[in-house]
Design a binder for this molecule. Structure first.
Ligand code: ADP
Ligand code: ADP
Length: 222
């Protein structure tokens, strides 16, 4: 479902963010991207979301080469993706419920449907009692779970999460990971960048990166 074929990414003048990276991820897999800061993990996630294009090589998502996507078709393409990125902040002047309803309203759902589905997504993230709160009144772990509820409310086929447990305590980190595992169990493909050795230790599949290159293990990545 997601395939990288000899992908390199060069940022001018001289950053080599990815060098000759190849892997393929099947539908319903939960795959971790591991490696030190600057290794290229976010760049991979952004490429899957067609937010960055490869300098060379191919990125295929559902058989479609992202280099061929026209900007007009990007919103439609991204509708199948749930993005939990580091710079995707919640809107602070809207309630938690309004934040989670937003993707549905943008994609044309009725307010009634959006309310039902946003409440279901909040319930699933164990946040039903926070629907009317504002983001700043929530703890970091709760805010991260709101971001996840917002990412999954459209029932995407793929979830991309960039360090979703960074800055969380163990309890909240575990809730976030359990939620991602539950989505995987429901058939959603999940790609998660992480530094968390406890989760990486239990992972079925980890793609290790170091300075933009794939490596065999965590040991050679740090
Ligand atoms: P990670 O997510 O593993 O921390 P990134 O994918 O964010 O790594 O970054 C990989 C490398 O590419 C880093 O050296 C980073 O500074 C560089 N980089 C990422 N995005 C840009 C950009 N837009 N312009 C220039 N350099 C970038
Ligand atoms: P409902 O079927 O009423 O939406 P669920 O408990 O099945 O209730 O799901 C709650 C929320 O979790 C959904 O609104 C959706 O946002 C998310 N969700 C559930 N299953 C999936 C799935 N397979 N893929 C993506 N998101 C899902």
């Amino acid at each position: 479902m997601i395939e990288f074929k000899q992908v390199s990414k060069h940022f001018p003048p001289s950053v080599s963010a990815l060098s000759d990276v190849s892997f393929s991820i099947a539908r319903g897999e939960l795959v971790f991207l591991a490696g030190p800061s600057g290794a290229g993990k976010s760049t991979i996630l952004k490429m899957i979301a067609a937010m960055e294009r490869p300098s060379s090589g191919q990125v295929l998502v559902n058989g479609q080469n992202i280099a061929g996507l026209k900007s007009a078709s990007l919103p439609y393409f991204r509708r199948n993706l749930g993005l939990i990125l580091q710079d995707h902040a919640l809107l602070l002047d809207r309630s938690v419920l309004a934040n989670v309803m937003l993707p549905l309203m943008i994609s044309g759902a009725t307010t009634k449907d959006a309310l039902i589905r946003a409440n279901a997504a909040l319930d699933r993230m164990d946040l039903a009692d926070k629907a009317d709160s504002f983001p700043l009144a929530l703890s970091g772990g709760e805010q991260q779970r709101v971001a996840i509820a917002r990412a999954i409310v459209n029932r995407p086929q793929v979830i991309l999460a960039d360090e979703p447990t960074a800055y969380l305590d163990r309890d909240n980190a575990k809730k976030v990971m359990d939620a991602l595992r539950a989505f995987q169990a429901a058939g959603v493909t999940c790609i998660v960048s992480s530094h968390d050795e406890e989760f990486l230790g239990k992972a079925e599949r980890v793609i290790y990166l170091n300075q933009g290159k794939q490596s065999q293990s965590w040991q050679s990545a740090v």
